[in-house]
Design a protein around this ligand. Structure first.
Ligand code: 2P0
Length: 322
């Protein structure tokens, strides 16, 4: 029996992915830029089972038969087709990030699954192919395959839509966990609603493409101030876009807004820090490593905090059998 275990970490986008041009292939409308974290890893083991007549998903010790299990089977179908196999698999995954709280648990989840499943099914994939495969499971997972900072090129086909590393200045993130509850609307559904109903969507697509170009330039130049500014503006634009759906969706809570205000005040006092938030109320602060203590002091009492630095690539940790 072939079995493989992989570890991957979540990532936080500085320039966000929000909207698909092709939902079957998970091709985004625009490219995005992110930092893979060194905290909240997901560990996933895939074991091929010759006697089984279907896949089994065990998530944080609990067997799932609902949506997540179907999503894993759809993903494994892609791997099986690539490998020319019909074998079912048992997938055991342990996630240390609070699930579905807007902290990119699907990114670390599908990056770890892409690495473990491709190894278990005997595929020998390079980093670009792993990023493309992870993207099929969840768009943001394409970036969690990459260590440190990554640019996910939008591309216009399965072959051209992948993430790759980008050099960046020395930065850290402070994750402010406002809530750990499941979010009321999944990002997949919210993206679909945005594309279909927001009158602002075309402006989001064109302005994000410009922001990505500027952010990539700021990374190359080591211009932290410019990168930070782009990060906060892009996040607030994404949330304004999401709120403009019909029916509207609002992911930020009053505490999230309070954190954005405190970071803005901290900046006025001379500390380089910028806030961003994904599809949930949690806020992540981009800062220099030397300013982490100033950021955590400014947010004291508002939310549970975790400090992250650029993390490693998704990696195979063990493999056995043929
Ligand atoms: C991002 N997010 O760039 C953006 C910002 C959330 C807000 O990518 O449908 O789970 O699986 O491709 O990747 C969350 O969406 O969506 C996301 P699918 P995904 O990180």
């Amino acid at each position: 029996m072939s079995t493989a275990t992989a570890i991957a970490h979540p990532n936080i986008a500085l320039v966000k992915y929000w909207g698909k041009r092709d939902s079957a292939l998970n091709l985004p409308a625009t490219g995005s830029l992110s930092m893979t974290l060194d905290i909240f890893p997901t560990t996933t083991t895939v074991s091929l089972d010759e006697g089984a007549s279907g896949d089994v998903l065990v998530f944080n010790g609990e067997q799932r038969v609902d949506g997540p299990a179907e999503r894993v089977t759809r993903f494994l179908d892609i791997v099986r087709e690539m490998a020319g196999s019909t074998l079912s698999a048992r997938v055991e995954t342990v996630n240390t990030v609070p699930s579905a709280a807007g902290l990119a648990s699907s990114a670390s989840g599908f990056a770890a699954l892409a690495v473990a499943a491709s190894a278990a099914y005997g595929l020998d994939l390079d980093t670009r192919s792993l990023s493309r495969l992870a993207r099929r499971g969840s768009g943001s997972a394409s970036r969690s395959v990459i260590p440190g900072f990554a640019i996910w090129h939008a591309g216009d086909s399965d072959e051209t839509s992948f993430a790759e590393p980008v050099a960046a200045p020395d930065l850290a993130m402070v994750v402010a966990m406002v809530e750990k509850r499941e979010k009321p609307v999944s990002s997949r559904e919210a993206m679909r609603r945005t594309v279909l109903t927001s009158p602002f969507y075309p402006a989001w697509v064109s302005s994000t493409a410009e922001s990505l170009e500027a952010a990539a330039e700021a990374c190359r130049d080591g211009d932290v101030e410019r990168l930070g500014r782009i990060t906060e503006v892009n996040a607030l634009r994404m949330h304004a876009l999401i709120q403009s759906c019909d029916p509207p969706i609002r992911y930020l809570s009053p505490v999230s807004v309070e954190i954005f205000d405190r970071i803005s005040a901290l900046r006025e006092s001379g500390v380089e820090a910028w806030a961003t938030a994904d599809a949930g109320p949690n806020v992540v602060i981009l800062t220099r490593p030397a300013s982490v203590d100033a950021v955590t002091a400014a947010l004291d009492g508002l939310a549970e905090l975790a400090v992250a630095h650029p993390g490693p690539a998704a990696a195979l940790v063990s493999r056995a059998g043929e």
